[in-house]
Design a protein around this ligand. Structure first.
Ligand SMILES: Cc1ncc(COP(=O)(O)O)c(C=O)c1O
Length: 381
């Protein structure tokens, strides 16, 4: 039999999937705090726009880089809200933020290259680097430094094969938001070492009292690629629309690359994204306030129980220190918590070795479930 490509075969499975599979098998009800799914329904005007577009016959191929009207609306959004000085031609519509990351890295990384990725960080970062036959080199985000990247440590990890650094703010799983001076230093670091900087900003709409800062706003020589998504902001994870803002010289390359990757994003879905961006934004504000309220309620419960956590300034996750409960195997502990107490959380090690002793809890879950899940968690040893 022909063999499976080794780099694909060796790619580790996400530890969240293992928890999900077990949660599905259990017959008793489970409180699910493991997946990053917004708790809001998709707004009716977005659904109507998708249905209307499809019923009107928008079921054909559209340009690789996206519907012109959507690219224009996105261009206007990133110029006004993100401070990114990009022309509409630099907007590439993608099948969710995930495909935007793949596209960005596929455009700049070759087999054998190295890419700096955060540890802890979303597992898909390392997976997509491996898929391109490149090597993910993890940079540590440590509690002592507020879980922020340290440019001096990054410099020590750079080798002649390093091609790119991937940054993510607001961060999954940490909820950390990188402040403006550090964002500027990271862009400076990329320039100093002549690297591409790929910025994942899928949680940009959810920050609590601090600004979201886009690295591309400080890009002076065209080395930053910014990945955004409609999934979390507009609670439309299954519609699958995101976008990449590329430096000018990469725009035609990325548009060309969409051809062998996906040809184009689903046309009806793009009309939904256009409605999301140009329609009322009150549901986004409501979601932000709700997530902040849940975060605050969860923090109060954890403070009372004496459990250490990172105070999240963005996204919808809580990063909890369970080292004193889980021994040296947090994945095993998460499985036991699920079996014994019916609470599903994401084990920290799925986000990298730096996650040992930690778990991620999704605060987008309904408040009662979130608090009941946390009560069971803090009482479990
Ligand atoms: C950090 C981060 N980036 C990107 C994504 C991709 O989201 P989507 O492909 O649904 O837009 C996710 C989803 O969980 C995420 O957590």
């Amino acid at each position: 039999m022909p063999s499976i490509a080794p780099h694909v075969d060796e790619m580790p499975r996400s530890g969240i999937r293992a928890i999900m599979d077990l949660a599905w098998q259990l017959t008793d009800p489970v409180i699910g705090l493991h997946v990053g799914e917004p708790s809001f329904p998709t707004a009716p005007h977005i659904l109507e726009a998708v249905a209307d577009a499809v019923l009107k016959g928008n079921t054909r191929y559209v340009p690789n880089a996206g519907l012109p009207a959507l690219r224009e609306a996105i261009g206007a959004k990133v110029r006004t809200r993100n401070g990114i000085d990009a022309a509409d031609e630099q907007v590439i519509v993608t099948a969710g933020g995930m495909q935007g990351l793949h596209l960005a890295l596929a455009a700049v990384v070759s087999a054998g290259d190295e890419v700096l990725v955060p540890d802890p960080g979303w597992p898909n970062f390392a997976m997509v680097v491996q898929l391109l036959q490149a090597t993910p080199v993890r940079y540590e985000l440590r509690a002592e430094r507020g879980f922020q990247p340290d440019p001096e440590e990054l410099a020590r990890l750079v080798s002649p094969r390093t091609r790119a650094i991937l940054v993510n703010s607001p961060a999954n799983p940490l909820g950390a938001v990188t402040p403006e001076p550090l964002v500027r230093r990271l862009v400076g670091f990329a320039a100093e070492h002549d690297l591409w900087l790929v910025s994942d900003e899928c949680y940009e709409s959810f920050t609590f009292g601090v600004p979201h800062v886009s690295p591309a706003a400080y890009d002076t020589d065209g080395r930053v690629l910014s990945c955004f998504s409609f999934s979390k902001t507009y609670a439309m994870t299954g519609v699958r629309v995101g976008y990449l803002i590329t430096p000018p010289r990469l725009a035609p390359v990325c548009a060309k690359l969409q051809e062998p990757l996906i040809a184009c994003v689903n046309a009806g879905a793009q009309f939904g994204a256009l409605a999301a961006l140009t329609g009322p934004q009150d549901q986004v504000d409501e979601a932000r306030e709700t997530y902040q309220g849940r975060r605050d309620a969860a923090m109060a419960l954890l403070d009372e129980a004496g459990v250490r956590y990172l105070r999240p300034e963005g996204a919808f996750y809580l990063w909890l220190d369970v080292a004193d409960r889980c021994g040296d195997d947090v994945t095993d502990w998460a499985v036991r918590l699920l079996r014994d107490r019916g609470v599903a959380v994401a084990p920290g090690t799925t986000f990298g070795p730096g996650g040992e002793g930690w778990v991620r809890v999704c605060t987008a879950t309904a408040t009662d479930d979130l608090l009941e899940g946390l009560r069971r968690l803090v009482a479990y040893h």
